[in-house]
Design a protein. Structure first.
Length: 345
């Protein structure tokens, strides 16, 4: 454990050392990123457009090795101010008594898409325009490639199978392939039949004619269209100084989200040039437009959306080790206090 803590401190310390002296003159907000995916859209937009600056902030965003658990561990240790993670990881930690609270919904819909190979399309005769039950039934016997076993991608794939009347355990096979680039290569090489990833992966597969977006989870399922899918987490108790920092951060994210909706092409171009220079600019633009609906509420969570997240987790077989109630957990596990304060600024 000591070695892990030392490694984490070295990573964070190294990142802080790279900050120029001008940046150090401003108030820094340290954000640990569970995964460097485009679905954390408000963070990428805020950094690309520098909406932190009008709030007197500089964002130091660190993508931590080890994903969500590492980000939450860094938050618990005080190495970062906020953790950008999936809510499931936070709820597991909260069930064990760790003092965390969701303070902002970074993405308020599930952004995952089921992408299938031309071979599966030909074998089953399924089309993206078919009724949803037929599209889901086409997954029977499919081999789905994933970044890791038992992760969010496999959980979503098996949940989809169940929604299509299939046996989630036996009617679907899942193989660990690697990162999205490796998954795309496996689909092209016909080693897998499908994958479940967020944009821009579906766009890239369709552009290369190696895959077709068959299901968009946040579009095809009302349950998944409104829920905190990616969140910003703080550690309690939250001091007045930290509360002010969170409110300023929320305001920066809200302004960036408004730009992503109002000026999608300009925002996508800024993100691509600064953070994804090797990526296809059209892919970033397409992904941003696909996900923009998930940032329209400016980080706000309500009881129904939180309940949707808990329902989805339960249907997908996630066991937090404790039952949570969406309404009773307001201003304990989740809050709109900072979102509302930021909107009033």
């Amino acid at each position: 454990m000591r070695a892990v803590n030392l490694m984490r401190a070295a990573v964070i310390g190294g990142a802080l050392a790279l900050m120029p002296s001008l940046v150090m003159a401003q108030q820094a907000v340290r954000i640990g990123l569970g995964a460097p995916t485009l679905s954390f859209l408000p963070i990428w937009s805020a950094r690309a457009l520098d909406t932190f600056k009008p709030q007197g902030l500089t964002a130091n965003v660190i993508s931590l090795p080890g994903g969500d658990p590492s980000a939450l561990a860094a938050l618990d240790a005080g190495d970062i101010d906020l953790a950008a993670v999936g809510p499931d990881s936070m709820l597991r930690a909260a069930a064990k008594g760790q003092p965390f609270e969701i303070v902002y919904s970074l993405m308020s819909k599930v952004t995952l898409q089921l992408v299938v190979s031309p071979a599966l399309i030909e074998r089953t005769g399924v089309k993206p325009s078919d009724p949803l039950p037929k599209r889901l039934a086409a997954m029977k016997g499919a081999l789905v490639g994933a970044t890791a076993l038992a992760g969010a991608q496999e959980i979503a794939a098996r949940w989809l199978a169940g929604q299509g009347g299939l046996d989630p355990k036996n009617d679907l096979k899942v193989a660990q392939v690697g990162n999205p680039t490796a998954i795309q290569a496996a689909l092209e090489a016909k080693r897998i039949d499908a994958f479940v990833l967020s944009p821009p992966e579906g766009y890239l597969a369709e552009k290369a004619a190696t895959g077709t977006v068959l299901v968009s989870l946040g579009e095809d399922f009302p349950l998944l269209a409104k829920q905190p899918y990616l969140v910003l987490v703080a550690k309690k108790p939250i001091s007045p100084a930290t509360a002010d920092l969170i409110t300023k951060t929320a305001k920066a994210l809200q302004d960036a989200s408004a730009a992503a909706i109002g000026k999608p092409d300009e925002t996508a171009s800024a993100i691509q040039k600064q953070f994804f220079a090797k990526a296809d600019p059209q892919a970033i633009a397409a992904a941003l437009k696909t996900m923009s609906g998930g940032v329209a509420e400016g980080g706000k969570i309500d009881v129904q959306s939180m309940q949707n997240a808990l329902t989805f987790a339960k249907e997908a077989g996630t066991n937090f080790g404790k039952e949570f109630d969406a309404k009773a957990s307001e201003d304990d596990l989740w809050t709109n206090r900072f979102v509302d304060a930021a909107k009033a600024k």
